[in-house]
Design a protein around this ligand. Sequence first.
Ligand SMILES: CC(C)(COP(=O)(O)OP(=O)(O)OC[C@H]1O[C@@H](n2cnc3c(N)ncnc32)[C@H](O)[C@@H]1OP(=O)(O)O)[C@@H](O)C(=O)NCCC(=O)NCCS
Length: 156
Amino acid sequence: MIPLPDSIRFRELGESYAAALAELEAVCFPNHGWSAEDMRNMFSQNAFRAYGLLEGSGLAAYTTLFHVADSIEILNIGVLPERRCQKLGRALLERVLRREAETGILRAFLEVRVGNTPAIRLYEGLGFVRTCRRRGYYADTGEDALLYELALPQPL
Ligand SMILES: CC(C)(COP(=O)(O)OP(=O)(O)OC[C@H]1O[C@@H](n2cnc3c(N)ncnc32)[C@H](O)[C@@H]1OP(=O)(O)O)[C@@H](O)C(=O)NCCC(=O)NCCS
C-alpha cells in the first residue's frame, strides 16, 4: 500500500463535509459536478459513502461510492490539481477498497470516459479489468464510456 505523507490523513467523510466535497468536485468536474445540496441529498441515502484524504482541515482528495448488495459502484474520484501525480489517488483508492473489502464487499465497478488517461492509468494500475465499452455514453461530449470491474481481495 502506498504510504501517505505525514501531513495527510485518510478518513470516511460524513454529511458535514458536503460543502467541501462539492467545492473539490467543482474543481475536478467543472461542468458536471454535484452541488453541496446534491451531496447532502446523497448522504441521506444509506448506500452512499464518501472518503477523503485530509490535509489540515482541507480536502486534498475524495471519492464517492454506492453500495449495491455485495458490490460498490465508484461514482467519482478527484484530487486537488496541485496535488495530482503524487500517488494520492492511488493511496486513497487502495485504502477505500481495503476498508470496503473488510466489510464484506466482493467487487467494485466504475465507468470512465475513454479519453481520461490519468483515471484509466489509475484504475488499471489498481488491477481493474475493462469489461465493456458503451459508445456515445456521455451526453455532453458523445464520448464513449469504459466499464471496469475489480474483484476485491478478501481478508483472511
Ligand atoms: C484521475 C485522478 C483522480 C488521478 O489522481 P492522481 O492522484 O493524480 O493519480 P496518481 O498520482 O495516484 O497516479 C495514478 C496513476 O495515474 C497516472 N497518471 C496520473 N496523472 C496522469 C496524467 N496526467 N497523465 C498520464 N498518467 C497519469 C500515474 O502515472 C499513475 O500511473 P502509474 O501507477 O502507472 O505510474 C486525477 O487526475 C483527477 O482528479 N482528475 C480529475 C477528475 C477525474 O477525472 N476523475 C476520474 C473520473 S472517472
